[in-house]
Structures are given as C-alpha cells and as structure tokens.
Design a protein around this ligand. Structure first.
Ligand code: FAD
Length: 396
C-alpha cells in the first residue's frame, strides 16, 4: 500500500478542522483533512437555524464553561471575533446582528462553509471525505491507517467534535485518541439542549406547543433573561438551552414569568384598584392568555371565578410567588440527539493553551468542541472553533 506524506493531517472537516487546515496551509504546510462523512461541514449547514450564528460581537472568557475557565483566554485573544468578521467581509458574506451581539448570515449558513472551503482550496489543502480512521500510530512521524490508505504526518490535529447530533457524524473518536495517548478525558454531557418533563408540565407544554415568552430562568449557578418556548416534548428556547449547560440531573430550575414586575405588589394593587376583576383577566395583561388558563388550572382552580377582592392576601401572595418563581423539575434533557454542544471532553490540563498541543505527546493537537471548553448559546461555540483552530495552525 502506498503511503502519502503530509506535514499536517487534520481529522474532522467541521468548523475547527477546516479553519485550521486553511490557516496551516497558508503558512506553507502540506495539509490533508480526513472526514468520515460524505460531506464536510454538515453541522455548519444546520447551525443557527440554517443561518449560522458564526460569532458574537461581545466574546469574553466568561462566555465559556470549562474546568479551567482561564484556558480559553489565550486563543480567544489571539484570534478574535473581529478577525473572523474580517474573513467574512473578505468573502463578501452579508450578515446582520440578530440580538445580544449574535451575528448571523443574511442568506444562509452555506456562505460560511463555502468561505472555509474556498480558503482551503486557495491554500492547497487536500480534503478526503468518506474516510474511516482505522489506526493512529504515534511514531515519529504519525502514521494514520484509513479506509483510503495510509498517510504520514509530522502533526495530527484532532478536530472531530463532540457527541452532539450523532446523525451529523459525531463520534467519540477524539476522546479515544486522547485516551490512547494517556490524556485525561473529563466526563461528557449534553449542553444547549431542551428539557423534558415526566410530570404535568410535560402535558401542559404539549398543549402550549409553539408559545413563547420572555422569562428569567435560573438555578443556583446561572440566570438567563431570554425566551422560553413550550414544545410538544417539553421546554426549549434560548433561556432553556442556556441554562441546560448549568443543569445537573435531579435539580429544579426557577422560572420568573414576569421578570419586570414584582407580582406580589402588583396583585395587591390590582385587588385595591380592580376588586371585581378575575385573576386570569389581570394576569393576561402580561402573560399570554393560553398560558394563564393553564396556570389557573394548576395554581388557583378554586379561585378561577372569584373576584380579586374576595381572595385573601395570603392566597394572592402565594400565587404571586409562583408567578415570579415557578419551580420546574426537568426529568431530563433531549440528550445528544438535539444538543448543540457537548460539555466536558479532553481535559485542558493536558493541552497547551497557546498551541492546543498535548503536553504528553508532541505533534498531537486538539481543537474545537472535543476540548473541555463549551460556549454559551450565541455564536460563542463557533468562535471557539475559529480561535482554537488558529492557535494550533500557528504551531503545526
Ligand atoms: C443544531 C445545531 C446548531 C448550532 N448552531 C450554532 C450556532 O449558530 N453558533 C455556534 O456558535 N454554534 C452552534 N452550534 C455548535 C457548533 O456547531 C459546534 O460548536 C461546532 O460545530 C464545533 O466545531 P468542531 O469543528 O469542533 O466540530 P464539528 O463541527 O462537529 O466537526 C467535527 C467533524 O469531524 C468529523 N468526524 C467525527 N469523527 C470522525 C472520525 N472518526 N474521522 C473523521 N472525521 C470525523 C465529523 O463528521 C465532523 O464533520 C450548533 C450545533 C448544532 C448541533
């Protein structure tokens, strides 16, 4: 079997792998990308609802979860959101800010994938798809046995992503390679993922499917003021996706359905000023009526037809407390099937924060989602892919 030699073999043609390959090739390296799927960048195409939220105007290390919150600092500062925005501008890709600094393509996510493929093509990167890695031998040089033949390289970059959306080509490959070379891998769990419920909330969510409202959703670790969406499977929307990364099995979360209003004071005022009104009419001024009718059946069925004046202050306060602090106990999440990211992964203690190279194995690099660095919702995960890819590309 003929063996072909490269300076760098990148495993995985996703966001991080393509960016790293293009940048390394621009430095004169002979680069080969090996991708298991039939097409590169499939996750890019489905990202951001098909418009790819490719970065955020306001990227800080505080937008990332990791056992070591300092690890991401160096890479994020050396290749910033402005560097990627410049690249987007160079390719004439039209974009807009949706909200909270989140930048999306005007036309479609394929603009970002095409941009990366163009950069790879100009720089002379070879991309091979439908390629199964059978063996990675860590001699000097690395020897990689694949379904398409054997390749050798001085550097190997693992850009194979995490476990989210297995149908998009996700595998635990990167973790296996890390373990093969004696690197610690932290436990993984699904992040940016909808909650499921086995109690009455699940059935209620199904009936309200499609309804959304702004809430403050929080637990003891984090708080987000964003939209909550009822779905036929449970709760989703940005507030839920964000908090899911901070949620642990068995825990409750709290939803404030009226984040701008102290419901206790407000209901007491209403009782004085509109004593004949019903609770559902008052609350429907601020919360969608369909949801109010569901809450009524849950929280004040005995007072459904009782004028405010006849509801005791104690009962009114109890209802107000629920509105401002609804305790929800998810049964679980939808898991990797729909999760946008994988938390945990290759322990950052095993990598150089400047180059992403394994400290125990010279020439072996890890970039993107496979590492224990996970961004918030809002373009932060792609920015980590671009930044970590740059760090490795400058070192291979
Ligand atoms: C539905 C959805 C929407 C998202 N939207 C956004 C968004 O708008 N903004 C944002 O910032 N983030 C978003 N994300 C997260 C973002 O897609 C990831 O953080 C990012 O793709 C990670 O890039 P990566 O290159 O590390 O991994 P991936 O993009 O997962 O790429 C890994 C590649 O490696 C390949 N691979 C895996 N195993 C092997 C193997 N053994 N051999 C060869 N190849 C292999 C895979 O097929 C894949 O092509 C979204 C995720 C999902 C699932």
């Amino acid at each position: 079997m003929q063996t072909r030699g490269y300076d760098v073999v990148v495993i995985g043609a996703g966001a991080a792998g393509l960016q790293c390959a293009a940048l390394a090739a621009q430095r004169g390296r002979r680069v080969l990308v090996l991708e298991r799927s039939a097409k590169p960048g499939r996750k890019i195409l489905m990202s951001g609802g098909g418009r790819c939220n490719f970065t955020n105007l306001d990227v800080t290390p505080a937008n990332y979860l990791s056992e070591n919150p300092h690890f991401c600092k160096s890479a994020l500062s050396r290749y910033t959101q402005w560097d990627f925005i410049d690249l987007v501008a160079k390719h004439g890709v039209a974009w807009h800010e949706k909200k909270l600094g989140q930048l999306f393509c005007d036309h479609g996510a394929e603009d970002i994938l095409n941009l990366l493929l163009k950069e790879c093509e100009i720089a002379g990167v070879t991309i091979k798809t439908r390629c199964e890695i059978q063996e990675l031998d860590g001699q000097d040089p690395f020897s990689i046995l694949t379904s398409l033949g054997r390749f050798e390289a001085d550097s190997v970059v693992i850009a194979s992503g995490g476990l989210s959306i297995p149908s998009m080509g996700s595998t635990g490959f990167g973790y296996q390679v890390a373990r093969q070379f004696g690197l610690n891998v932290l436990p993984q769990r699904a992040g940016l993922v909808p909650f499921t419920f086995s109690d009455a909330v699940g059935a209620m969510a199904k009936r309200l499917s499609g309804l959304s409202l702004e809430v403050v959703l929080e637990n003891s670790r984090q708080s987000f003021r964003e939209d909550l969406l009822f779905t036929h499977r449970g709760l989703s929307g940005p507030a839920v996706l964000q908090l899911s990364s901070w949620w642990r099995e068995g825990e409750s979360v709290t939803a404030n359905l009226l984040p701008a209003i102290d419901a206790t004071g407000w209901l007491q005022t209403c009782k004085r000023e509109q004593p004949k009104s019903l609770l559902r009419s008052i609350i429907s001024e601020h919360i969608p009526r369909k949801l109010v009718l569901e809450l009524e059946a849950f929280w004040w069925p005995a007072f459904a037809e009782t004028p405010l004046a006849e509801i005791s202050n104690k009962n009114l306060d109890a209802i107000a407390t629920k509105i401002n602090a609804w305790q929800l106990k998810p049964a679980g999440t939808e898991g990797y099937r729909t999760a946008e990211v994988t938390l945990g992964g290759v322990d950052t203690k095993e990598l150089s924060s400047r180059t992403m190279e394994a400290t125990k194995k010279s020439g072996l690099f890890f970039i993107g989602e496979v590492i224990d660095v996970t961004g918030w919702l809002g373009g932060y995960n792609f920015q980590w892919a671009w930044s970590s890819a740059y760090a490795a590309a400058m070192a291979v």
